[in-house]
Design a protein around this ligand. Structure first.
Ligand SMILES: Cc1cc2nc3c(=O)[nH]c(=O)nc-3n(C[C@H](O)[C@H](O)[C@H](O)COP(=O)(O)O)c2cc1C
Length: 371
């Protein structure tokens, strides 16, 4: 049967076998930014399970840009070597294409691991480090004020993004996503709630977009021309006076003019007092609007976990890709199960082929009905 969700999609020279993406998910399990056995298991398992694209978690471009001490990094030769082992494994055994999200946590860096005390920044005796941001405004009352970046600081961070992009190219990733969402550094530049600068990088929307656009353009130059580069944004701050969908459309248009291949539409994360209205597919209307008004490929994320729901989002052209996060942790074989529900024949890894429902229909009522 034809399924929009299981149709291929091309971005530059990259072809994804289907529209299903494993959303980037921090595992907080790295040491000095180095991926380890947990990543081998986590990404290896997901990449043998059928999604068109598996995204590696938010990966810091410099140590200061990590949310926690457990964040993955791509700022050293050791980081690159550790990730090479993971990518190699996924390439040998998995069929999914591999992307990586490059990130800087800005004023939300220097936090505890989520299963320790997420949302409580590290204290000096716990090894806190000085965070940076567009302005000296903290994320919340309990959070330290970041250092406002000066011209040299901006340049250094842009170069860190470029160096990490070059490392990602050496690792032969298929795709890179720049993280400009969830209240991290680049989102902090975009939003008038966190950016109160008086120079060329603050004030008007045009000025607030300047640094993220400069970073994007520099990365685009460093990334191979045949490979896609996209951006994850928070379409809305969900807070009064904050960044909103009209701003997001304008930002997407500017990104498109600089060679951006897709916008990954998420939301929120900038301020603790945000008012998120969460429900099934709650960010789909934003992705649809950006897609319609800019003509850009969009990926959408947020409470998408039913195959039929995902199918409809793609079939109705509200987005071109759907990303699942929690749904994939809960059911890493979500793609196989969605294919069954949508009557799509999927190739399994040969080691696991015998478990495909078509090969033992006696165990599956929906298969029995058609035998
Ligand atoms: C464990 C976990 C880690 C996450 N880490 C990241 C990350 O590294 N980068 C990012 O952009 N979003 C991250 N997110 C957000 C997800 O990518 C996704 O946008 C969000 O969970 C909503 O999608 P869902 O309803 O399918 O879970 C994370 C979410 C979870 C549950």
């Amino acid at each position: 049967m034809h399924s929009a969700l299981f149709s291929p999609l091309s971005l530059r020279e990259l072809t994804l076998a289907n529209r299903i993406v494993v959303s980037p998910m921090c595992q907080y399990s790295a040491q000095d930014g180095n991926a380890g056995d947990w990543h081998l298991m986590h990404l290896g398992n997901l990449s043998v399970s059928g999604p068109g694209l598996v995204m590696v978690e938010a990966t810091a471009v410099e140590p200061r840009g990590r949310i926690t001490y457990g964040d993955l990094g791509l700022y050293s030769d050791d980081n690159e070597a550790a990730l090479r082992r993971i990518v190699g494994f996924c390439r040998v055994y998995g069929a999914s294409r591999l992307g990586i999200q490059l990130a800087h946590a800005g004023r939300k860096a220097s936090d505890h691991l989520p299963w320790e005390e997420h949302g409580r920044p590290l204290m000096p005796k716990e090894g806190a480090w000085t965070t940076v941001g567009p302005s000296e405004i903290s994320y919340g009352d309990a959070w330290p004020r970041p250092q406002a970046l000066d011209a040299a600081g901006l340049q250094a961070i842009k170069q860190a993004f470029v160096r990490a992009t070059r490392r990602a190219a050496r690792l032969d990733f298929d795709l890179v996503e720049l993280h400009a969402a969830h209240g991290y550094l680049l989102h902090e530049f975009l939003s008038p709630l966190s950016n109160l600068r008086a120079d060329d990088y603050g004030g008007s929307r045009e000025n607030r977009m300047r640094f993220p656009l400069e970073v994007f353009a520099a990365m685009r130059e460093a990334w191979p021309a045949d490979k896609p580069l996209g951006v994850r944004i928070s379409a809305m701050d969900y807070a009064e006076g904050g960044w909103d969908i009209v701003d997001s459309v304008a930002f997407a248009q500017e990104l498109k003019a600089r060679g951006c291949d897709f916008i990954d539409v998420s939301g929120g994360g900038l301020v603790p007092y945000q008012r998120l209205a969460v429900g099934p597919g709650y960010q789909v209307p934003f992705a649809a609007r950006i897609r319609q008004e800019t003509g850009l490929i969009t990926m959408v994320v947020g409470m998408i976990n039913q195959p039929q729901q995902a199918e409809e989002i793609i079939a109705r052209r509200q987005a071109d890709l759907v990303a699942l996060a929690r749904g994939m942790l809960y059911d890493p074989r979500w793609t196989w199960h969605a294919a069954e529900e949508l009557w799509v024949d999927l190739e399994y890894p040969p080691q696991y082929r015998r478990c495909q429902p078509s090969r033992w229909p006696q165990a599956f009522p929906h298969r029995q009905a058609v035998e």
